[in-house]
Design a protein around this ligand. Structure first.
Ligand code: NAP
Length: 414
């Protein structure tokens, strides 16, 4: 009677180091700061994690969704997890003394129980739009990458500017690599890190639509900025970005993925897109815009509204081709922050300038919003959307909830 429940049993949350692409999404999402990382792995602290699951939907690879039944005192420590190259094999739980053992119902209660009541809200949706096409993910992994051939690599920013951004086209030959706009891939740079371990994959969004950079060809494109300094302006050599920007035609590259199951475009006719991006965050917007451009004569398209931020016109990737798009096809709003002789403008300023049109699109249930680029823009963009909504006499919190629930507001920021 009244035997104590085996509180010593823990459903331990683990991250699979073989699939994880170290994108930092889980660490940013975790409401209790249970996730941390070193130069090798992202790991979950068993003493802090409460199993709230907030980190699971945003993970682009699914590597976050691993759970092991453990005797609590034997839980894998953070230090152990840092050293892993792969998840350890499942261990059988020891047989517990019958008198102290819970019935199976009790046991499942214990295992289900750790989640505390943590309320946490993501800025965007954790589900795709209802009509998004089915994405494939993790077809190629660290252990079994795909070899792609470089068929194009050229600069898409002014040669005299600091922003060295490249458009890189990779071809997959005969092998399948099905992708959707908004998805990303991982590139495995050659060589080893300071600890002598192979470099981890770096994640890049696709800049081309599902039917290829060149329609009907088995290829895709990326938008890559050569990293020569860190966010604080200190000189730093980006391992993968420099590798990619220096590739020549016919070089081969190791690719994993595809990744991403929520930042996807709607697939139903007359869906409108509001696209908000900075710098290389324009990659998925190019993919979606090109998808629409290729069916411009079908009558299926809804409206496209683009807010694109860059330092100057010459540092704005794809400036030339973008400006050639018909104005009745896409409503383009460029926010230039360092254009000589012009006031500093951010995308959120332009959203406010265009409040009427933004409100009209937000009022349409067929509108989806995509935000990609610098992490810092997230708050500014949400504030601007709130302001334009409230100016129209609407309650932003109700609309914001609806946009999230219906998979109509998506963020991908770094
Ligand atoms: P950047 O040139 O540093 O900045 C682009 C523009 O954003 C500049 O005009 C900048 O203004 C402005 N900006 C700075 N802070 C802002 C804020 N808080 N709100 C709104 N605008 C702001 O951009 P970048 O180096 O290309 O970086 C783009 C980001 O996209 C990177 O973090 C990258 O990791 C990420 N990303 C890349 C990919 C890809 O596939 N390559 C995919 C997804 C995301 P200032 O003059 O003030 O600097």
């Amino acid at each position: 009677m009244n035997a104590p429940l085996p509180a010593q049993v823990l459903k331990q949350h683990l991250i699979d180091p073989e699939i994880c692409i170290r994108c930092n999404t889980c660490e940013e999402t975790c409401p209790v700061d249970a996730i941390t990382h070193d130069s090798n792995n992202y790991v979950v602290d068993p003493d802090i994690c409460n199993g709230c699951m907030a980190c699971v939907p945003p993970c682009p690879t699914g590597s976050i969704d691993n759970w092991r039944l453990m005797v609590r005192s034997e839980a894998y420590s953070v230090q152990e997890q840092f050293g892993w190259e792969e998840l350890p094999k499942e261990k059988a739980l020891p047989v517990v003394d019958d008198a102290a053992a819970p019935s199976s119902d009790e046991a499942s209660d214990v295992l289900a129980q750790p989640a505390a009541q943590t309320t946490f809200t993501l800025p965007g949706a954790s589900v795709p739009p209802w009509s998004a096409a089915h994405p494939y993910v993790n077809l190629y992994t660290h252990k079994a990458p795909m070899t792609a051939t470089v068929v194009g690599n050229y600069r898409v920013t002014g040669a005299d500017t600091e922003s060295d951004i490249h458009h890189i086209v990779l071809d997959f030959g005969e092998l399948p690599f099905p992708v959707l706009e908004g998805q990303s891939i991982g590139i495995l740079p050659p060589g080893v890190d300071a600890q002598g371990r192979p470099h981890h994959a770096r994640q890049y969004s696709l800049a081309s639509p599902r039917d290829g950079e060149r329609a009907g060809y088995n290829n895709l494109s990326l938008t890559v900025k050569r990293v020569t300094e860190d966010h604080g302006g200190v000189a730093a050599h980006g391992v993968c970005s420099n590798y990619l920007c220096d590739l020549a035609k016919n070089d081969t590259v190791q690719v994993i993925g595809p990744f991403g199951h929520t930042f996807l475009m709607p697939n139903h006719p007359r869906a409108n897109l509001i696209m908000i991006c900075t710098g290389t965050g324009s990659a998925p917007m190019r993919a979606m815009t090109e998808r629409y451009r290729r069916r411009i004569d079908t009558g299926e398209n809804g409206k496209l509204m683009l807010f694109f931020g860059a330092r100057t016109e010459r540092e704005l990737p794809y400036f030339g081709p973008l400006m050639k798009l018909p104005r009745d096809f896409i409503d383009i709003n460029l926010a230039l922050s360092r254009e000589p002789g012009q006031p500093k403008r951010y995308v959120q300023d332009l959203i406010r300038d265009r409040a009427g049109q933004v409100r009209e699109l937000l009022a349409d249930r067929n509108t989806c919003i995509y935000v990609c680029g610098l992490k810092g823009m997230e708050v500014g963009v949400l504030d601007a959307l709130r302001d334009v909504t409230m100016q129209g006499g609407q309650d932003w919190s109700i609309l914001h909830d609806m946009l999230r629930r219906e998979g109509r507001l998506h963020f991908e920021t770094y």
